[in-house]
Ligand binder design. Structure first.
Ligand code: TXA
Ligand code: MG
Length: 361
């Protein structure tokens, strides 16, 4: 078993980092992590979307520790992760019949279902709401951990509140070192944006957050599924407080452009040219766009060629530009083919705190 000392081991309590194989995780490491979960400790682990910060979902004080470690407001509910779709019925009540079809089709995978919460589930998990969000991840490490722990695992993304989500163990350490007990490091996550959150307690059902599961795929089972309107304030975000606009934010200001491609790229180049000598400018764009950008005058990070590339690079890109110390990150609403584009637009809008710069031609 390989244990890596955390980088700042003088910070107490210590965060232990364990390397695990993403496909066939060492059972000794999983056993140790599962015991920590059962003892009420905090363990960060990979899922196919992003890293989660886990604690037993059945213990209110363990759940409270997650809120503390992340500095997350108690009004923002947390997803319970399970390893067997039947467990859904232990955590919920009154699940409509269609839920079985959804779990058969989409689990394990990046779909979170919001249903009525069973009485015995700690209320703080759901920020006091009568509902609960449940998901069954497909990542072998997440699966093994939940299975071995034998309890549902409460896990928000493993980042400090409102920061970009963590897609590597290094991101988790950067935000949470010394604040959590253990990290299972299985390398970068594959999808890179979070699960789609589908509220099945409303009629028609509503997608509260676009994510790894395509809305078009959900429509095959739920033809009338709706998409949540954008929230701007915590008051408006009543039904799902975590959905408010400010989220996924790097320290730098994100300037998000919308409009005809060429006009947007021209506007970005003009911004770079006009920027003060002292102002460090970051650019986060699809690879083809960067060929037309003044990369000498800026720090450029590529989102790659496809929606899948961009999803797996988005949060790391925002974080790496922050580390370079840029004051502003220039980007545009992506227009990739494919369902993940909706999630990318959503995350960038929130990183930009809802402010979009429309370029008119
Ligand atoms: O892919 C994912 O979903 C990742 C991995 C770790 O599974 N988790 C994740 O958790 O993104 P978090 O806490 O960062 O985001 C969960 C979202 C929040 O926006 C929260 O408001 C919403 O799900 N949510 C959780 N419980 C809810 C509930 N009972 N009703 C409505 N929304 C809920
Ligand atoms: Mg999150």
């Amino acid at each position: 078993m390989r244990r890596l000392k955390s980088r700042f081991s003088s910070v107490s309590p210590q965060t232990d980092v364990y390397q695990v194989d993403p496909e066939t995780p060492d059972t000794n490491v999983i056993q140790l992590a599962a015991e920590a979960i059962r003892a009420g400790k905090l363990v960060a682990f990979p899922t196919e979307t992003v890293y989660g910060l886990g604690a037993t979902a059945l213990d209110a004080s363990a759940v409270a520790r997650i809120f503390d470690a992340k500095q997350r407001p108690a009004t923002d509910p947390i997803i319970a992760h399970i390893a067997d779709s039947g467990t859904l019925y232990d955590l919920t009540i009154d699940a409509p019949a269609i839920v079985k079809q959804l779990t058969d089709a989409f689990w394990p995978g990046p779909l979170t279902l919001v249903l009525q919460r069973a009485e015995h589930i700690p209320a703080n998990l759901s920020a006091g709401m009568p509902t609960i969000a449940v998901r069954m991840p497909t990542h072998p490490v997440a699966f093994a951990l939940i299975k071995t722990a034998g309890v549902p695992i409460a896990a928000p993304s493993a980042n400090l509140f409102s920061r970009p989500s963590a897609t590597t163990a290094e991101h988790v350490l950067a935000d949470l070192n010394g604040r959590i007990d253990m990290i299972l490091d299985a390398g970068p996550t594959s999808i890179g944006v979070e699960s789609t959150v589908l509220d099945m307690t409303q009629t028609p059902p509503i997608v509260l957050r676009p994510g790894g599961t395509a809305i078009t795929a959900l429509q095959q089972f739920l033809p009338d599924v709706q998409q949540q309107q954008r929230w701007h304030t915590p008051e408006q975000a009543g039904t799902s407080p975590g959905m408010m606009t400010k989220h996924y934010s790097p320290r730098a200001e994100v300037k998000l452009y919308r409009g005809a491609l060429q006009a947007v790229l021209n506007a970005i180049n003009t911004y770079i040219t006009d920027a003060d000598e002292s102002q460090e400018v970051g650019v986060l764009l699809p690879e083809v766009d960067l060929r037309q950008i003044d990369v000498e005058g800026s720090y450029a990070v590529s989102l790659g060629k496809t929606a899948e590339d961009a999803a797996s690079r988005l949060f790391a890109g925002l974080r790496s530009l922050d580390e370079l110390g840029v004051e502003v990150i220039l980007t545009r609403e992506p227009t990739f083919e494919g369902p993940l584009n909706t999630a990318l637009v959503d995350r960038l809008q929130r990183a930009a705190e809802g402010r979009v710069t429309s370029v008119v031609t």
